[in-house]
Every structure is written in structure tokens, then in C-alpha cells.
Write a protein that binds this ligand. Structure first.
Ligand code: NAP
Length: 290
């Protein structure tokens, strides 16, 4: 098992046998508008990724569908050959259409193609972590994941994938996946104002499985709440810092992957997430999503 010491807020977490910083980075915002095409400023996107690594962040979240292929190729350009400590998580199970939609692509041949495409675009022989993305753009949808998940297990057995996770999943699908093969994480939408998965997070924490909230800052609609602004003003911090610090304090199995295309925001987020929230502040913030 690799060890890693970090001064980043939240310390580290172990995904299977991979130690990562709990403060990670989500690469989706680096693609063009609507997560389609190249970024407006290519050099700045590469600079953000290099700063991610320079800050000591060792967990980057991406997907072949971002761009498509754009964020994977940027990661490769900026950071390949990768440091041994860096772990890249990717997702399969959705593709892109000509309107920028995210139609499911979960047939066995879609998943095999997606895994090989991720290996190629990231320049890797083995993918550290592959999440099976379920549901659709509206969120998780019920239904069995056995066929697509078994396809990924088969690719794992072939040595192409180190660890598996699920994304945009219901609690039932998480449980179903775990009857088929071990998972190291669940990546679902969750933040201070959207707390559908509270119970699931606590259950996963007991099982030593990471919970990776997407849209930790609200995603395409930034978090806005008067209670959040009040607490932030009192602490002389930004609402974004408070939202990230709250997630780190919410549960030890929460890994952050905030997205940004801005060097300034990246540094602000790393600095701000270490904020210590008192019990009183936590209680005030707790009311936002209840
Ligand atoms: N599994 C899934 O289905 C799924 C779905 C969506 C996302 N994801 C993953 O989750 C990651 C995080 O989600 P996300 O990037 O969509 O949403 P997010 O992290 O909640 O928010 C990103 C937005 O916040 C802004 N932002 C970041 N830091 C800021 C700061 N300090 N001050 C002001 N604005 C700030 C960014 O704009 P700037 O660029 O201007 O900083 C961007 O618009 C993605 O990168 C992706 O890897 C997964």
C-alpha cells in the first residue's frame, strides 16, 4: 500500500489500495461550454492541471464524455508521465450526442470501447478507478445494474481496471453492485443544499467506502443561501470555502472533487476548505438542506 503525507485540508483516504488526498480535483470544467469541445484558453487549462499536481492533489476525476475526450487529453498533456502518487478516476456509461446531451451507453460493447478509449486518451495501461455512471441527466433511475457492472468486472479481471465504483446510483444499485464485486466509491450529487444521500453516506462510511459528491459547489447553479452567506461573512470566508469545509467535516469518507477552470479559484478552494466550523456553525448550515 502506498503512503502519502499531505498538508492539504482533510488529509488522505484509501481507495482500495490507493491513497489519495481527500481534496481532489474535478476536471469537467476544463472542457468547452456545455462540456463540449476544447477550452477557450488551452494554456490556462493545462496550467490549472499542473497547479493541481503542484499543490499535492493526488485524485483527479474525469470522464471520456467530457469534451468528449477533451479533459482526458488535457490531463495527459499536462501531467503525463504521471507521478506514482497521482490517481485518476474516470467514468463510463454515458456518451455525448450532437446536441451536447448525455445519452446512456451501457451495452457491454459501449463499456469495453469506453474503457479502451480512456486508457488510450489518458495514456495508461491500467485505469486506477472506473465508475459506472448510471441514471441520466435528471439523476439516478431505478433498475438493475448487473449486466453493465459485470462487464466492468470482466475488464477488471483482464487487468485493465484496478478499482470499481458507481455513479449517479440509487442506494439499491449500490447494494446490488456490492453483491457482484467490491466497490471503493460512490459518486453522486450531494452538497450543502442537496442532501438526498445523507443516510447512504453514513452507511458507506461504516463500510470504509468513499463517497465522492459531484456538484459540491452547486455545479452549473452555484450554491446560494442566506444561511451560507451569513456563516461565511462571520468567518470572513467565501461561501465556496464554507461549502467545501462543511463537506470535509460532514464525514471522513467524503472526497472532494470541486471543479474549476481558474487558477485563482483552485487556490482559493484549497485554502478555504481547511476552515474549521464550530458545532454552532455546523448546526446553522445543517438547516439549509433539511
Ligand atoms: N458523476 C457524474 O455524473 C458527474 C456529474 C457532474 C460532475 N461530475 C464531476 O464532479 C466534478 C465537480 O462538479 P462541477 O465542476 O460540475 O461542479 P462544482 O465543483 O460544484 O462547481 C464548479 C463551478 O463552481 C465554480 N467555482 C469553483 N470554485 C469557485 C470559487 N472559488 N469561487 C467561485 N466559483 C467557483 C466554477 O467556475 P470557475 O471555472 O470559474 O472556477 C464552476 O462553474 C466535475 O468536475 C466532474 O469531474 C460528475
Amino acid at each position: 500500500m502506498s503512503t502519502l503525507s499531505t498538508s492539504l485540508p482533510g488529509g488522505t483516504w484509501t481507495l482500495g489500495d490507493l491513497t489519495v488526498t481527500r481534496f481532489g480535483y474535478g476536471a469537467m470544467q476544463l472542457a468547452g461550454p456545455g462540456v463540449m469541445g476544447p477550452p477557450a484558453d488551452h494554456d490556462s487549462a493545462v496550467a490549472v492541471l499542473r497547479e493541481v499536481a503542484d499543490l499535492g492533489i493526488t485524485h483527479i476525476d474525469t470522464a471520456g464524455a467530457y469534451g468528449p475526450r477533451v479533459t482526458n487529453l488535457l490531463i495527459r498533456e499536462a501531467l503525463h508521465p504521471y507521478a506514482e502518487s497521482l490517481h485518476i478516476a474516470t467514468k463510463v456509461g454515458a456518451t455525448r450526442d450532437e446536441h451536447g446531451g448525455w445519452p446512456p451507453a451501457r451495452q457491454p460493447e459501449d463499456l469495453r470501447r469506453a474503457v479502451h478509449e480512456n486508457l488510450e486518451t489518458l495514456g495508461l495501461d491500467v485505469l486506477d478507478l472506473v465508475n459506472l455512471r448510471l441514471g441520466d441527466a435528471r439523476g439516478p433511475r431505478p433498475g438493475s445494474l448487473t449486466e453493465p457492472f459485470e462487464t466492468l468486472v470482466e475488464l477488471q479481471r483482464q487487468g485493465l481496471i484496478r478499482h470499481l465504483g458507481v455513479s449517479n446510483a440509487t442506494a439499491e444499485q449500490v447494494a446490488e453492485a456490492r453483491t457482484i464485486a467490491p466497490i471503493v466509491c460512490v459518486q453522486n450529487m450531494y452538497n450543502l443544499a442537496y442532501r438526498q444521500d445523507d443516510e447512504l453516506i453514513d452507511e458507506l462510511a461504516e463500510e470504509g467506502i468513499a463517497y465522492v459528491p459531484f456538484f459540491p459547489l452547486g455545479g452549473f447553479s452555484p450554491l446560494q443561501s442566506s444561511a451560507l452567506s451569513t456563516v461565511a461573512a462571520r468567518l470572513d470566508a467565501t461561501p465556496m470555502s464554507v461549502a467545501l469545509a462543511w463537506l470535509l467535516q460532514r464525514s471522513p469518507n467524503i472526497l472532494l472533487i470541486p471543479g474549476t477552470s481558474s487558477l485563482t479559484h483552485l487556490r482559493e478552494n484549497v485554502g478555504g476548505a481547511g476552515l474549521s466550523l464550530s458545532d454552532e456553525e455546523l448546526a446553522e448550515l445543517d438547516k439549509i438542506g433539511r
